[in-house]
Ligand binder design. Sequence first.
Ligand code: MN
Ligand code: MN
Length: 470
Amino acid sequence: MEDKKEKSEGKLLEETLTWKAPHIGKKAPEQCQEAQDFCTGYKAFLDEGKTERECVDYITKKLLASGYTPFEYGRKYHPGDKVFLVNRGKALIATTVGSRPVAEGVRIAGAHIDSPRLDLKPNPMYEKSDIAYFKTHYYGGIRKYQWGTVPLAMHGVVVKKDGEVCRVCLGENPGEPVFCVSDLLPHLAAKQNERKLAEGLKGEELNIIIGSLPFIDDQVKEPVKLMALKLLNERFGITEADFYRAEIEMVPAQKAVDVGLDRSLVGAYGQDDRVCAYTALMAELEADHPAWTTVTLFADKEEIGSEGNTGMNSDFLAHYLGYLADMQDADVRQLSANSLCLSADVNAAYDPTFSDVFDSNNSSYINKGCVLTKYTGARGKSGSSDASAETMARIIGIMDQAGVYWQAGELGAVDQGGGGTIAKFVAKLNIDTVDLGVPIISMHAPFELASKLDVYHTYKAFRAFYTADR
Ligand code: MN
Ligand code: MN
């Protein structure tokens, strides 16, 4: 039954003057199915890309299948042409050449494809009390206590003595063994329970069990470790010395799944920030003769401060923009000054169970769409690039025109903590930049949650960003 009651003056005024981001499921319930369908591909991406290298491989495969070619410096590309450039197998930039001259600016969407995890130490194998272990050094901001008793898979590369690069992946296929960090039973945890939560498991306690049977030979000093080495050698052809030429990442073996009776959420490892990588990639693939040249960036090392030559604190992007400018005999400084960037990264979704760390009026919520984050940082916005009102206006205008559901949010309440993204490294190149991404519950945990409607509308935001001619 429709409510025929006439709206009061106050109600009309309220409608005109106030604003709150709506729940998409209430406002546009027909989109729930579209979001479900979109996330089928997203979950497959999460399962195939659990490390930065695997993401680059997946993205390269998709780009090649869609007609992209490796970028060649000095070659003249024309509007509609699609190219990509890989940086050391761990970062990637894809471009669809636009009809406008690049001197008028390009459209950049930049996500990161590294996620928090347990890296193996350079000399990781040891045996203690007849159990063989891997020693780890955690990568990125993890809450260490969350990583005990979680099935882990082994991913990475080993460069052998002769230069052969051996890909390692174990614990993902049905029937394969997984690995695990142990924790105490409650019966004996009285003393451990008195530790601060940050030390529930300590860094040097994140030791991964990899075997417990010996190689039977009285002359061998560490027979359980030897047995594990033998099995690794049979599987991958590697020896203990090869670990010094390796990058092995231990990540949750869990596959991406639907969460909730209504299947409204995706639960998976590494959604920060592969959710933005996937949604930006889909928008990039669909860019068809855009007005603005697109620059879709997949960066490494964000979780440890964007350091290193595959992280955004390197000149990789600056050089690429230089290549694009050179191609049209344009000035890269002009290109930068006129460009617009969405730093594509996630934000913390309001969690009712832990409401006191959020400002409820300035938080992002699940199912309300992609979240615009004007500034990140800590304390007095320290370490943030703080997008201008003009930049916010441009992005909001693009999204409103395309019917994208969006919201705005801070990363938690003031002085509760903080964080950063790649935004400041792009802004440093004299480019207008603002953060946009998906609100995440349990961010950086082995199992993170994202709303499918939010994933879908983040994709819509990137698509609008690339197709808008404004
Ligand atoms: Mn992130
Ligand atoms: Mn992160």
